[in-house]
Design a protein. Sequence first.
Length: 423
Amino acid sequence: MRASTVYIWMAAVLTLANAIMFTTYAVYYVNGLGLSPLQLLLVGTALELTILLFEIPTGVFADTRGRRLSVIIGIAIVGSAFILEGSVPLIFALTGGLLSLFAGVVLAEVFRGIGETFISGASIAWITDEVGEKQVGDLLLKSNSINIGAGIAGILLSMLLSSLSLNLPYLVGGVLYLLLALFLLFKMKESLTVHEAEEFSSHVSHAAATMKSGLAIIRRSAVLPALMVSVFFAGAGLEGIDRLWEAHLLTSFQLPEVFGFTPSVWIGLITLCASLLTFLATAAVRKLVNTEEAGAIAFFLSILTVIQIACTIGFAAAGEFLWALISFLLLAMVRNVKSPLYDAWIIQHIPSESRSTTLSMISVFDAFGQTVGGPVVGAAGTRYTVRTSLLLSAVFLFPVLLVFMRARKLYKMKKDQQNGAHL
């Protein structure tokens, strides 16, 4: 099986499993486990703090021991963590409350965070080496289109499973992760040998050399240092949106009484509509953007970030449910389209030998932003309103826009210099 096909299958199954779990996870947390708003934020903080601690070591592991091995280990760990999270009510009952529901969720999220760091960076680094930097951008957009179909199926399954039992989506999603790990064990190949043991006296020295190489790549780049700072602010802003958008819709507005829809059904339908919009937008982006040219991607990312900021402000300030719904649907669509473009853009700045490590370093700043910014955004919501938290999230996105605009300017200057040299 070709590497591109394996990657598409892997991404689709992960999207399916995540949609099954995360479409109704807030209902499971709040109605099923009785978590408070503060506990919801602390769960997110525990996850991001774990990622912050393990991201770089696991990135070095991927670059020195193999991206394939890192991805398979990570998917297996995450799948086990999700099964644990879905089993929290059962564990609580069997232990007589010895392990609280909140502590059980935090423990599961810590294990999930460790697994996520094995996957983060390694999967993109693996497929980039297999298909090449020039081809990976279009592959990521193609995969994103297929993922939308998998996500829609997952949303529908999530609504069905949560109607039977609120913890059932986590159990099913976890099992899908474990089955995927088994599939990859037999089908995922790695043509590039990423570690040459004979050149180093030990794996430790090789890991140190890889870490040093990743730092050197960031220092030499004209774009990456500023990107690291912007990623911190983006992490802070997006954490607030991810944790609070359901709460904003459910608490700030009166949901329309249509066919007796429950909150779980409403959240599922909204997510479904966002997926359909993403499918249409992704198809258009594949035709409009030359993913082989970093400058073109940076320009389009700038446009999408402007729309993202505007939609976040509109979502926070909306006085009626309809306007909040429209703003959120556009916001979700833009974020989903940006993700593969951003991945395609960033990997064009990183050489293969330290790609996983460098991507992990960037992810550390994202996790740090979410760890620090999440409580700040949450505190603003507690002190004032959820709308205040969302507006603060929009402010945190402005540094990201500045980085994309600066990158676009640098690419244009470089291109003008090259054209002048040919005259």
